[in-house]
Design a binder for this molecule. Structure first.
Ligand code: PMP
Length: 295
């Protein structure tokens, strides 16, 4: 699904076929989860293939690496250039791109100087599908920001996401929604969350969530559409009184939520402001309306 014999990845300075790419089994990322990554999308636009907000994603990769004491040996510009090459070598236009920074072999609890950089890409539909979602209020909370850097996209943080997703799926839901350590709604396992009440959009503030690049795109779109949007803490009870809700993230894009637990969001999706955001997001990414590229 992610690759075949022809697939080419960038690994440590070379473009390689997957079968020629090898990893050390004692690498620290595999044993302890100390590695950082990104999830990026490219779109086939009228201007050609364009990586959406590449700079923001690679700057976040740098931030994540820095927080984990990992020295990333490429600039954001270089990583963007390499990404376009990976896309070209694999004939990909609409693609999901996965840069992964993993470490050398070390069984002690200190990062290694040896740093590996992988850039892979594949075709991937919307992560949570196209249909409205049934969401479960998770029994898991997002990691405590005093235990780890929640705004860094660290490999090991995703064990929390896997637990929450597994719980939700086992109970027949499509996706989980997690609270923070204080019981306020934080985000999904791999996407940020917004709800709509009387036309106004509300989302959790930064601090206990990943600072989503799609989330900030939603702010931009809301401003252009003259929609009110607010960042503040809110409890699950408030969501159970909302008109509509959605998740947003690079992989999921903007996806509407039909139900949270037994509560049906009453507003018809096509009549919600959330829907306007969904439509505007699709347009933004696929028309290259957002033109900030390095080169
Ligand atoms: N929260 C979490 C936990 C995520 O994994 C993601 C996906 N990177 C997001 C939010 C959304 O972030 P972005 O819009 O930058 O993809």
């Amino acid at each position: 699904m992610y690759y075949n014999e022809e697939t080419v990845v960038f690994l440590d300075g070379n473009f390689l076929k997957i079968k020629d790419a090898h990893v050390g089994l004692y690498n620290q990322t595999m044993h302890y989860g100390n590695g950082v990554f990104e999830g990026i999308r490219s779109y086939d636009t009228p201007d050609g293939t364009r990586v959406f907000k590449a700079k923001e994603h690679f700057d976040r990769l740098h931030y994540s690496a820095k927080m984990m004491h990992i020295e990333l040996p490429y600039t954001s510009e270089e990583l963007e250039r390499l990404t376009y090459q990976v896309l070209e070598k694999n004939n990909l236009k609409d693609a999901y791109i996965r840069p992964l920074v993993y470490l050398g072999e070390n069984m002690s609890l200190t990062p290694t100087k040896e740093v590996h950089v992988l850039i892979a890409a594949w075709s991937w539909g919307k992560y949570l599908g196209d249909n409205m979602l049934n969401v479960m209020l998770s029994s898991y909370q997002r990691p405590n920001p005093r235990a780890c850097h929640v705004e860094a996209k660290v490999v090991g943080h995703y064990t929390n996401s896997i637990l929450a997703t597994s719980e939700a799926k086992a109970k027949g839901f499509d996706e989980a929604l997690l609270t923070d350590m204080n019981g306020y709604i934080a985000e999904g396992p791999g996407a940020n969350f917004f709800f709509e009440k009387d036309g106004k959009l509300t989302t959790a503030p930064l601090g206990n969530i990943l600072a989503g690049i799609t989330r900030s795109t939603v702010f931009e779109l809301a401003k252009e559409l003259k929609l009110e949007v607010e960042e503040r803490f809110f409890k699950p009870e408030e969501v159970l009184n909302a008109d509509a809700a959605f998740f947003c993230g690079t992989a999921a894009e903007v996806v509407g939520i039909k139900k949270m637990d037994a509560y049906n969001f009453p507003l018809k999706w096509e009549e919600s402001n959330s829907y306007l955001i969904q439509r505007a997001y699709k347009r933004r990414v696929s028309t290259n309306e957002y033109k900030e590229v390095y080169f």
